[in-house]
Write a new protein. Structure first.
Length: 262
């Protein structure tokens, strides 16, 4: 978490909660804020653990147990709020939680070409030609260019980018079956390109939701959620909604659900 992305007001709320200075309404507001910024759930847990450790060193078993209970209660309340939120939204299709049309400028892979470059690889030229065709609205021409890259080049680096781009174009065209195949291939060829993997998993999960394959969608969305920060808030919300659809949010096993939130 960088200085630019920090939410100092939320951090103050967490501190006030730990010190017991929040009213019931303020506590409820805190849970909602945590759902919107799930990365702060780990901060809440850390603060609770530090306070619990301090109390333990003071030799107060009762206070230690108290803070352990507080931590468990926080996780359970988050689950309750998640369930209530999704129950209230039940008439709304799960599609409302998925990615709409994927922006081409910021998401299609292209190859940077600088003035100092002595030579441009043919594969890079093709990748950029496909990028231009897609931005010009010539979707089929772009698909043909990316497909030709797959036919002519064996390098996983260029192939993973071509697959990602094909997946995006098919997704935007509503051909989710082809987009799923493309995103899976992009992941398989991505190597150590973690950003491309994260994007591909996120879009794969969304495409799977749109074909009602919720279990596989949850697996893909979780991969995107756990790998980085690009889609973390959106992925968290979609994960909770998928859990609701799959019947995973219930109260039969508190301990397991608490561990998943920690």
């Amino acid at each position: 978490m960088t200085e630019e992305t920090r939410n100092t007001e939320l951090e103050k709320k967490i501190d006030a909660y730990i010190k017991g200075n929040l009213s019931n309404d303020e506590v409820k507001s805190l849970w909602v804020d945590l759902l919107r910024q799930p990365e702060y759930i780990s901060l809440l847990k850390t603060e609770i653990d530090v306070t619990r450790l301090h109390q333990a060193r003071q030799g107060s078993a009762t206070q230690t147990d108290y803070w352990k209970w507080i931590g468990a209660a926080a996780a359970v309340v988050l689950l309750v709020i998640s369930l209530n939120v999704f129950t209230d939204d039940a008439p709304q299709s799960i599609g409302a939680y998925t990615q709409g049309e994927i922006g081409l400028i910021e998401n299609l892979s292209s190859s940077p070409v600088t003035r100092s470059a002595t030579a441009v690889e043919p594969s890079d030229s093709l990748l950029n030609a496909g990028f231009k065709a897609a931005l010009d609205g010539n979707t089929q021409a772009a698909i043909n260019i990316y497909s030709s890259i797959l036919q002519e080049y064996e390098s996983n680096g260029i192939r993973s980018k071509a697959y990602l781009n094909l997946g995006i174009l098919h997704y935007n065209s509503g051909d989710f079956a082809l987009s799923i195949e493309s995103f899976r291939n992009a992941i398989a060829k991505a190597g150590d390109d973690e950003i491309l993997k994260e994007r591909s998993y996120w879009y794969l999960g969304n495409a799977l939701v749109n074909t009602n394959k919720f279990e596989k969608a949850r697996e893909a969305v979780y991969q995107a959620y756990s790998r980085g920060e690009i889609y973390k808030p959106e992925a968290f919300r979609l994960l909770r909604r998928l859990d609701y659809e799959l019947g995973n949010i219930d109260f039969d096993n508190f301990e397991q659900q608490i561990n998943e939130l920690e």
